[in-house]
Design a protein around this ligand. Structure first.
Ligand SMILES: C[S@@+](CC[C@H](N)C(=O)[O-])C[C@H]1O[C@@H](n2cnc3c(N)ncnc32)[C@H](O)[C@@H]1O
Length: 253
């Protein structure tokens, strides 16, 4: 196996132009957890989007955002570093190739406001997570919220403890960066900064956000019966965390 460890400078987003298509292929599989668990839960938390503007940060090919525009969202923007977007976006949807670490200095976003800002499995690629979230916070309309998802940190601790013959706690609290060959393309290795639940919560506070809702979505009973291998995976790795975040009133940066 040829592994490209593409992140020696610590930039975890560098392999994405190569991985983007593998991700979309994996996501479209009938038994993908994004399709069965994550997107339905994300969609439910977004609720009625009629007439709302949505910014999807790290939007992938923009398929989820196109669905929201189909459900009535207006003046919406998808940003992704890969530039691998749907070729014919519906009216009211614009794609921008850009880096989420530079959200506060992207000319096409200057002065714009959004009712919903999404970071769906993309927030981990921010070089300075507090800066990125603060920038998003300033782009929210009154009454707007951020929907942010991250892989449960226990998942990576479980994988590393198995690989290294160590305990769960040792790996969960380790601060060393770690690399792993990706299941979507074993030619590409991603390097990640480890994080704990407290790291995540402290980033939200430092960015002036409070958590309205947290959700740990799971398979429906019907899907558990149909895809037992996915339930087995979730039993071991837990899945993702979803946070609905709102600005703390009166906090300005
Ligand atoms: C796991 S995929 C999630 C895609 C989509 N949000 C979804 O939920 O299906 C992560 C996405 O983050 C994007 N990404 C990674 N680093 C980025 C960066 N620095 N700036 C913008 N997008 C980035 C990748 O190109 C990829 O599309």
């Amino acid at each position: 196996m040829v592994c490209i460890v593409a992140t020696s400078d610590g930039d975890a987003s560098r392999p994405w132009p190569e991985l983007a298509q593998d991700y979309e292929r994996a996501r479209s599989r009938e038994d993908s957890l994004d399709r069965l668990v994550e997107w339905p839960a994300q969609r439910e938390l977004l609720g009625d989007v009629t007439g709302l503007s949505v910014l999807d940060v790290g939007c992938g090919n923009g398929g989820k955002l196109a669905e929201l525009v189909g459900d009535g969202a207006a003046a919406s923007v998808g940003i992704d570093v890969s530039g691998n977007f749907l070729s014919a976006p519906p009216p009211g949807l614009e794609f921008i190739q850009g880096d989420l670490s530079e959200l506060d200095s992207l000319p096409s976003l200057a002065g714009r406001k959004f009712d919903r800002i999404l970071f769906l499995q993309s927030f981990g690629y921010a070089k300075d997570p507090v800066r990125t979230l603060r920038a998003a916070r300033t782009m929210l309309t009154d009454g707007g919220f951020i929907l942010l998802t991250r892989t449960h940190p226990i998942r990576y601790a479980v994988e590393r403890s198995e690989r290294n013959g160590t305990s769960l706690g040792e790996e969960y609290f380790s601060t060393d960066r770690f690399s792993y060959a990706h299941s979507w393309n074993d030619q590409i290795s991603l390097t990640k900064r480890p994080y704990t639940i407290s790291d995540l919560l402290n980033v939200f506070s430092a960015a002036g956000l409070w958590i309205e809702t947290t959700h740990e979505p799971q398979l429906s009973e019907a899907a558990q019966r149909r895809y037992p291998h996915k339930q087995e995976w979730l039993n071991k790795h837990l899945g993702i965390l979803i946070f609905k975040l709102r600005p703390i009133p009166g906090m300005h940066y």
